[in-house]
Structure formats: C-alpha cells, structure tokens
Design a protein around this ligand. Structure first.
Ligand SMILES: Nc1ncnc2c1ncn2[C@@H]1O[C@H](COP(=O)(O)OP(=O)(O)OP(=O)(O)O)[C@@H](O)[C@H]1O
Length: 669
C-alpha cells in the first residue's frame, strides 16, 4: 500500500462483479488514521458497537473481518493487540495473567474521571445492569473543555498489561491511575467498551471462534486481492472455510495468539496448521467425551470397531508437560497452570519417566489416594481440600495432607513428535515406551480392558457381560464410571472436541440424569419459614456462547447446608446484586433478586423436560420452549470453571436428545 498523506479509512473491498460468498462488507464508519500510523481505539470501539446489535455469526464475522482488513493494510503492528482486545484476553491462558479489577475500582476511577459520585453510579447501575453502559452515560453527560487526546489500540492494550503486573502496596491506586488516564481520553462509545474490557465482560458475542475466522478472512482477502475473481462463489467460500478451520485448529494445539497471529499474517492464504507445532509448556485444549446413556448405546456407536474401556477416575484432569529444559509443568482442564499445587507430582513423574523421555505432553487424572490404610481412592471433594497452590496458599511437601496418584491415559507429544493423528493404540505404545512400570498408588496407567473389532457388537453376550463387569469393578473402585474410546479406526486425539471417539458411561445414568450440569445462579427468591432471611430457591442458568446469554434451567432448593445458605446470603450482596433483569438473561421467571454471574454449581436432576418458563436451549429442541430439569439438587461448587465455562445450551439440547434416545432403546428392549 502506498504511503498516503491524507487520513484514510478501511481499504475499499474488491468491487468484483462475481458473486461473493462473504459479501465484501461495507466498512464501518471507520475512525480515520494515516497509513503507517498507530490505529485509534475508536476503530475497534465502533466495530464493537455495531457488533453489539448483531446476533448472527456471519454478520459478526464480516464486521470483524472488515475491521481487521483496515488494520492489516494501515497498521499491521496493531493486529495482534486488536485480536487480544476483541477476544477479551491480555495474554495466553496458561500465563494466568489477570487484571484483578473489581467493579468498585472501576467505579472509583469513574468518579474521578467523570466527576460523578458513587450513589449516582449505583442508581444508574440499577437502571442499566451493566457497568459499561453506566460509564458511557457518565461520559456522555460530561462537559469537556477540550477534545481528549485520542486513545490508541496499542496504548489500551499496553495499559491492560501494565495493570496486570501491579502488585503490592498501593497497587490499587496505581491501577486506578492507569484507568482514570484511559477514561479521560475516551470518545464516542469508547468508554462503554473500555469499561467492559476492564470488568472482563465485553458482551459483543465475539468469541475466539468468531474472531479467528474473521481474521483469517481478512488475511486471505488482503493477501490475495483478486480472491473474489478466482473461481466460483462456492470455491471461494470453501477456501475461506478451510483457512478459518486451520486457524482454529492451530489455536487448539497452540493456544497462544502471539504465535498464531504473526504466523497467519506471514503465510496469508497458504497458512497451514502443519507449520505450527505443539510446544511443551503451552497447554493444548483437551479432548472431551460425549455422554452416553449406557453400555448398549456405546456398543451401538462402536460396532465393528476395536475399542477400549478405561476406568473414569474422579479427580482433576492434568495435562503434564516435560519441557526441553527438563522441568515438569502441570495444567488444568482450562489450561491454567497448577504446577505449584502438586509439588509431589513432579517427583512422581521424574521417578517414573525413563531417561529417553526428553519432552512430552500427556493426559492424566490426578486422584487423591489414601496409601496408609491400604489403597483407597479418595473422592474429588477430598482432593479439593488440598491448597490451591497460589501465592497465598503455598503447597509444600510438608503441608500436603492428601496424597495423590497419577492415572495416565494418553500422550499427545513425545520427544519432539506430534502424536495427535496417531490412533490411541499406537499412542499408548509411545506412552509405555517413555515410562517405567506402574508404581501402584503413585503412577499408574488408567485401568483398561480392550474389545477387539470382531467382538464389538450389541448382540455379543460375552462382550456385554465383560463390559458390565468392568463398569461394576470401576464403580467398586470409587470411580465415576468408565470411558469408552476407539482404538484403531477414527482414534486420533482431537483437541478441544467433544467427539464420538470418547464416550463416558457414568453410574448416574441408571439413577437419573446421565450427567450433572454445571449451572450459574442468576437470581433467587427470599426464603420462607425455616429459610427466612436466606435465599431460597436459587434460579440456575446455563450459558449460550453463540448469543452470550444466560438461559434459565431450573429453580434449585435442595442439597444446600444451612451454613451454605448463610454464606450465599453474604456472598450475593453489594455489586453482585442487580435490581433489574439484564438483557442477557433469558427466562420467564421473575425472582426477587437478580445476581451477576459469579459462580458455578454442580446440579443433578431426575430428568429433562420441555418447559414454557425456562429458556435453556430454546430453539434447539422446541421453537419457543426451553429445557428444564426435574427435581434439581445442589451437589457442589465448581471452583475450576468461570460462569462462561458452565454447561452450554448445546450441551443441554444434546442431553435432552440423549434422554430421548435412551427411552427409545429401553422401549426397544
Ligand atoms: N480414563 C479417562 N479418560 C479420559 N478422561 C478421564 C478418565 N478418567 C477420568 N477422566 C476425567 O473425566 C472427565 C470427563 O468427564 P466428566 O463428565 O466427569 O467431566 P466434566 O468436567 O463434567 O465434563 P467434560 O470434561 O467432558 O466437559 C475428563 O475431563 C477427565 O478429567
């Protein structure tokens, strides 16, 4: 692009007359800046503002694509910070970087920057239910003597990074200073999105699954300006889809935007996932399992395919990495580092691995174990009583009260070689080549039994008996059930996918729901009788990542202890209580209080039912009704998931269908 001396906007998309699969979008009324100059934050804020009113993924992708095209053409250095801002991240997940900013700090900054007061902010918050909207209103009604210095994308991003490293005394006031400085420069709708970024709740429906494809489209269009003239609309659409999928797949094995974005920008339309490799030290997105309603359904799905059944241990998922420097690091299911929580794991892994194991990434379950009184696998709750290993709750070899055993079940990377495409039977061989024999109670392979292809059929009595006996053994050994996995055919490791290659069969399918749900309390009623003064029942919701809405699933009023009620009454107070239902809560319920989404609870019910009141999975099973669960009961708090990682609308739709299939199979019996 030739340097321009006049302010410019997004480059005009190609005006090809051939039909385009992604219609060249009209640029948003973009902020002006010069070629080669740093891009203004206004460019992002205007796009966010347009996105806020958009529900459809296609339109959202095209708006974001357009924004990225301008950045790629005029200020390529701002593309990476822009991707971070769009995905509401400040660093790769495994870096565990947090802003640690609460609503009260933002409120204090708002008071200073806009000359308003807490009471007024509180009143507005009750009206709008969103701190970003409140901040925008404050800014809009503020009289400015001089136009503010424009905010730049790179400055906003580096301010966030600066906030994340503030620690120690006076760190709150330093953070406030940075925020006030940013707020004083806000124009148009910048304030709304700046504040939403600070409170980690952007609400524009742009998740990584939308942002990365949008960037891929932008890169393809900018790196190949004649793309719209090449081939038919179908061809072009397919090209863009392949590129989008490659970027998302790359992110699943290497969830680090610092590596993916430059690589995509360099390779353009030729970007391929094979150009990037997994890196020990950067956790990959774990493979997930589908729920089944019992052994017959699993057998039906794996007919004529060799498969393995493994114990399903009830502990904590651990992705264990050995890095090039020989260090061992552990990551949780969400990609958070938990090495400091398990100092004993490091010793166990070091002792169990052979010298030949120079680097690896493997999948395992960490389970609490009582080695003193024989060999007893402990419950997940007992394991949870271990400290969390943060800087305030240091876990040392001396302070460990609950011992652990590592049950390894997969390997994805070994000695520089990526194993994702290898079938499980072969991956297991790699695994056993790197480690010595099991050391019971410390390092074990997940207990398994294999069914070869010839025996894999529903009518084979011996197979059914064998798996039933294995399931019973697993349950007697304090496991939750079994995992059933393909061994040879279609048996690769699919990061982040909940695929048919791994099935979970849990005890609970005989008792009620196949699985528990992880739900978020979004409201409550004032309790009566014995529960007067507490909240009861609570209104529970799932999350729909497509629309970024919480959809109610049920009221829950059993399974809580009195002390829990007291704790929750204190917890849900102040900023956590909203006086008005926010627009992103979908339900016909009208509780006495609305809560900000804060925590996740595990809930079990008897079965699923279609509901006119609750809106979970609305449109997936019934056009205007949602799904609810009958006889819900609180099981436990889920501490390792954020509200947006709770059960999704799609999970609930799938569970409802699974229940229907189960009834079909039973009726068929
Ligand atoms: N042999 C095994 N193979 C795979 N996973 C296992 C195994 N044993 C235990 N697990 C655990 O089971 C989990 C999956 O089942 P479960 O439904 O209990 O977990 P969830 O967190 O509710 O759901 P999910 O992880 O599927 O989203 C895995 O994430 C893993 O932590």
């Amino acid at each position: 692009m030739s340097p321009s001396s006049t302010p410019t906007t997004a480059p005009a998309p190609s005006s090809s007359s051939s039909p385009s699969p992604v219609p060249p979008p009209m640029p948003p009324p973009s902020a002006c800046w010069r070629d080669g100059q740093p891009a203004p934050y206004l460019h992002i804020a205007r796009t966010f503002n347009l996105l806020e009113g958009e529900k459809g993924r296609i339109k959202a992708t095209s708006l974001l694509c357009n924004m990225f095209r301008s950045l790629l053409a005029l200020s390529p250095a701002d593309v990476l910070p822009a991707v971070y801002l769009c995905t509401n991240k400040i660093a790769a997940d495994h870096e565990n970087k947090e802003l640690n900013i609460g609503g009260s700090l933002v409120t204090a900054a708002l008071e200073e920057a806009c000359g308003t007061n807490r009471l007024k902010i509180r009143e507005m918050f009750n009206k709008f239910g969103d701190l970003g909207d409140v901040a925008q209103e404050c800014r809009q009604t503020q009289r400015l003597l001089a136009p503010p210095t424009p905010l730049l994308i790179k400055d906003v991003f580096s301010a966030l990074q600066k906030i994340s490293v503030q620690t120690g005394s006076r760190s709150t006031s330093r953070k406030k200073g940075i925020i006030v400085h940013l707020m004083r420069s806000c124009r148009e709708k910048e304030m709304k999105f700046l504040v939403r970024t600070l409170v980690r709740n952007l609400r524009i429906g742009a998740m990584l699954r939308t942002v990365l494809p949008a960037l891929a489209h932008a890169v393809a269009m900018n790196s190949c300006p004649t793309l719209h003239q090449e081939g038919t609309a179908e061809n072009i659409k397919e090209k863009l889809q392949v590129l989008s999928m490659a970027v998302v797949e790359a992110y699943n094995i290497l969830p680090n935007l610092d590596l993916i974005v430059p690589s995509l920008m360099n390779q353009g339309i030729d970007f391929s996932v094979s150009s990037l490799s997994m890196v020990p030290g950067i956790p990959i997105k774990p493979m997930l399992a589908k729920i089944t309603n019992g052994i017959p359904q699993a057998l039906k799905l794996f007919e004529n395919k060799a498969f393995t059944c493994e114990y399903k241990y009830d502990g904590q998922r651990a992705q264990i990495h050995k890095l090039v420097d020989g260090s061992i690091r552990v990551f949780s299911r969400n990609g958070d580092e938990s090495t400091s929580r398990f100092p004993d794991l490091i010793d166990i892994i070091k002792e169990s691995s052979k010298p030949v194991a120079s680097t690896f990434i493997m999948d395992a379950e960490i389970v609490g174990i009582d080695r003193k009184n024989g060999y007893r696998i402990m419950s997940f709750q007992e394991l949870s009583s271990r400290g969390r290993g943060g800087k305030d709750t240091l876990v040392t070899s001396e302070s460990i009260k609950v011992d652990i055993c590592i049950f390894v079940f997969d390997i994805m990377f070994a000695n520089g070689e990526q194993l994702l495409g290898f079938p499980l039977r072969l991956r297991r061989k790699y695994l056993k080549d790197l480690f010595y024999d099991e050391k019971p109670g410390y390092f074990e392979y997940a207990k398994e039994t294999t069914v070869e292809a010839d025996d894999a059929c529903l009518t084979c009595e011996a197979t059914l008996t064998k798996i039933n006996a294995f399931l019973e053994d697993a349950l007697r050994s304090s496991c939750e059930g079994i995992m059933v996995k393909t061994l040879d055919v279609d048996a690769g490791y699919s990061p982040s996918k909940r695929s048919d290659k791994w099935l979970k069969v849990k005890r609970d399918y005989v008792e009620g729901l196949n699985d528990t749900l992880d739900l978020v309390p979004i409201g409550a009623w004032h309790g009566n009788g014995r529960k007067a003064g507490w909240y009861s029942p609570f209104l529970m919701a799932c999350f729909n990542p497509e629309t970024e809405e919480y959809q109610s699933v049920c009221r829950v009023m059993s399974g809580f202890s009195d002390s829990f009620y007291i704790e929750m009454k204190q917890f849900f107070s102040g900023d956590k209580v909203l006086s008005k239902k926010p627009p992103y809560y979908q339900t016909r319920e009208a509780p006495d209080m609305w809560f900000c989404p804060q925590v996740v609870w595990e809930i079990r019910g008897a079965d699923f039912t279609v509901s006119p009141v609750h809106h979970a999975a609305i449109g997936l099973v019934h056009p205007s009704r949602g799904i609810s669960i009958r006889f819900p009961r609180f099981i436990s708090c889920v501490s390792d998931r954020s509200p947006e990682e709770c059960s999704t609308a799609a999970d609930i739709g799938e569970m409802f269908h699974s229940q229907t299939r189960k009834m079909d199979i039973t009726a068929g019996d």
